[in-house]
Design a protein around this ligand. Structure first.
Ligand code: FES
Length: 244
């Protein structure tokens, strides 16, 4: 059977490993079968990027990637020419060597530096450096809250966007999620999903007028590219580069 050599990765496989690949199973399944706990947030349905690996040897022997895999890979962190989604890699005919990217989106909540640096009761507090809300945005959020009596605040998270990359998601909070980060901005409670915070670090939420339109605008220094319609965006690697 072909072998998969896994290069060391601090969290997933600190010593590195070599495993025999059952060809009928995906690389992701083979890794999990050998207790190498690669992320697989979408349960291997080609709907996330958390199983991303870089095939450093044997790339040319692999079956070609599908359009769906290519589309998902465009959203992956640390994308390289030899990147693949391990859940989509099957039917290995030769030995390969793989490397995990340094971070995946699912690792972020555990790796965010604030979690290690703050006292227990402050672990989930937003600092000014994390996120801020302009006075005009506060006024708008107050109006939003008035139209949704019973809500306890606004929750901000990121979601995959069908257009390109990510989009912001705003929800009204009824029941707080203890994993969320929280800040009170002039009386308005804002919650940020823990895995989204690193991508929002340094963001100011503003409310601006353009012609006859008023919009909430995220002034996010981590955004690298926006799609033509302005609905979705991709991030630079800066947030991960700052994690040590
Ligand atoms: S586990 Fe989600 S794409 Fe592979």
């Amino acid at each position: 059977m072909p072998k998969i050599t896994i290069l060391p990765h601090a969290e997933i496989c600190p010593e590195g490993a070599v495993v025999e690949a059952e060809p009928s199973k995906s690389v992701c399944e083979n890794l999990l079968d050998n207790n190498i706990l690669v992320e697989h947030a979408c349960e291997m349905s080609c709907a996330c990027t958390t199983c991303h690996v870089i095939v450093t040897e044997g790339f040319d022997t692999l079956e070609e990637s599908s359009d769906d895999e290519e589309d998902m890979l465009d959203k992956a962190w640390g994308l390289e020419q030899r990147s693949r989604l391990s859940c989509q890699l099957r039917n290995l005919s030769n030995d390969i060597t793989i490397q995990f990217p340094r971070y995946t989106i699912n690792m972020v909540s555990e790796l965010h530096p604030n979690k290690n640096n703050l006292g227990a009761e402050d672990k989930k507090s937003l600092s000014k450096d994390d996120f801020s809300v302009s006075s005009s945005a506060v006024s708008h959020l107050v109006e939003m809250m008035k139209s949704n009596p019973g809500s306890n605040g606004i929750r901000i998270s990121l979601k995959d966007s069908g257009c390109s990359g990510y989009a912001y998601n705003l929800d009204y909070v009824k029941d707080e999620d203890p994993n969320d980060y929280h800040g009170n901005f002039s009386g308005v409670d804002v919650y940020i999903k823990d895995t989204s915070l690193i991508f929002l670090k340094g963001t100011e939420l503003d409310y601006i007028q353009e012609g006859v339109n008023h919009n909430l605008v995220f002034k996010n220094p981590n955004v690298e590219n926006e799609c033509g319609c302005g609905e979705s965006f991709t991030f630079s690697n800066k947030p991960f580069a700052e994690l040590k």
